[in-house]
Design a protein around this ligand. Structure first.
Ligand code: SF4
Length: 411
């Protein structure tokens, strides 16, 4: 196992072990960006709310600007003390270590509305740190299909099918075009966000369509609209699924985006097929990699990324120990970097195996080994995460930017 130091080490630890509820954490939610996942009190845990769940903040910022996503966990040795006036501290019960922290603030836009009365929070924009994510069609068609009784959705995904939850965005199954009023509302929200906080990256994402060409056409419509309204010239990333080569060329020819990120999620064809059955069926593993290579030809080495879910291989169904999972992931990092593609690893907690006494320890060993090993691979291939694509101010559950920054500081 490889051991990290400094802020990256703290971040991995807190991401892997979570934070348990304290009244200070609950109070902080009043003035902080709220977490999408409420805190769920475990059985027997003291619950001062009496409701079983509580709203908690979404993101922590440490004194050196490292951003950490908060995952509530009643078993965690980490807890928060303090208040808005005195400041907050993140404390480790085991060592007594105490770190000053802040929470991502609750910006006014989160409670404001479009001129026709839709809350900006429902207009298809979100932020983490200085990244603005545009998602005006979150419903994913993979949720609608099954093969031999198996859903085509990716195993870790918390999205859903286009249904009543996407009605306010006008998204309907089978409809490729984004309704113009949806884009107009998104424009209003985007300008409010940009006026209230420093945004340095725009990321276009959405649910998948089973027809990759149609998905590409939907993203073309979105990217053309964003190009018009992005008057400050903030760098934009295309975060669609794998799309046909001629459409990738079109995005480049029209200078609609500066970066491309098609998420392969899993290295190795067997794992990809199991974890992402829809991507495997409707696009295919080899084609996914080919489309990333096409993107490299147009956009250049270092401007093409692929988000990977790290940790899901530790689900008991895959029968894998952390060292084997880390070895496979690093093999993938080596291969992708060799093609000029930069994978970005996001930690995903496995749902199963919680009864194991080493549940947290193995996630941490896996993620630390992957993170440290991957830094050497990037360096060897002369690849660095571009500041326009992503930075340590927005990498809320990824380590690449933190590791590279720590190395720069040490040099
Ligand atoms: S393709 Fe994307 S939205 Fe659809 S199930 Fe997979 S991760 Fe979720």
């Amino acid at each position: 196992m490889i051991t990290l130091t400094g802020s990256p080490a703290l971040k991995v630890q807190v991401m892997c072990e979570g934070i348990r509820y304290t009244p200070a954490l609950g109070q902080a939610a009043v003035h902080s960006m709220p977490n999408y996942y409420p805190y769920r009190f475990k059985e027997g845990e003291h619950d001062p709310t009496g409701r079983g769940i509580a709203t908690i903040p979404y993101l922590i910022n440490t004194a050196d600007g490292t951003e950490i996503r908060i995952l509530g966990d009643g078993d965690s040795p980490w807890h928060v003390e303090g208040d808005a006036t005195q400041g907050y501290r993140l404390i480790d019960d085991r060592s007594g270590r105490s770190e000053p922290i802040e929470f991502e603030p609750l910006r006014p836009w989160l409670t404001q509305k479009t001129t026709d009365g839709l809350p900006f929070a429902q207009a298809g924009v979100t932020t983490h740190g200085d990244m603005l994510v545009i998602n005006v069609a979150p419903g994913c068609e993979y949720f609608l299909h099954k093969q031999d009784g198996v859903s085509m959705r990716c195993g870790f995904c918390a999205y859903g099918a286009p249904d009543e939850r996407t009605m306010h965005l006008g998204q309907k199954t089978g409809q490729v075009e984004i309704p113009p009023p949806t884009l107009e509302r998104m424009r209003e929200a985007l300008h409010a966000v940009i006026d209230q906080t420093e945004i340095r990256h725009i990321y276009l994402v959405g649910g998948s369509l089973t027809d990759a060409r149609k998905e590409g056409e939907r993203f073309l419509q979105l990217a053309r609209f964003v190009k018009q309204v992005n008057t400050r010239g903030i760098p934009v990333t295309l975060g669609s699924g794998s799309i046909p080569d001629d459409l990738i060329a079109q995005f480049h020819a029209e200078k609609l985006v500066q970066y491309v990120c098609f998420n392969l999620e899993m290295w190795s064809e067997p794992l990809f097929a199991k974890v992402c059955p829809g991507k495997n069926r409707y696009v295919g593993y080899q084609r996914w990699i080919e489309s990333l290579e096409t993107a490299v030809r147009h956009f250049g080495r270092g401007n093409v990324y692929s988000a990977m879910v790290a940790g899901i291989e530790l689900e008991p169904e895959h029968g894998m120990e952390w060292d084997e999972a880390a070895r496979i992931a690093l093999e993938g990092a080596e291969d992708l970097c060799g093609r000029g593609i930069i994978p970005i690893y996001s930690l995903v907690w496995p749902v199963g195996g919680r009864q194991r006494s080493d549940y947290h320890a193995r996630i941490r060993s896996y993620f630390e080994t992957l993170t440290a090993g991957y830094r050497e691979i990037r360096e060897r291939h002369g690849l660095a995460v571009s500041e326009g694509f992503m930075c340590h101010h927005c990498a809320y559950m990824q380590l690449e930017c933190d590791i590279d920054r720590a190395q720069l500081v040490a040099a």
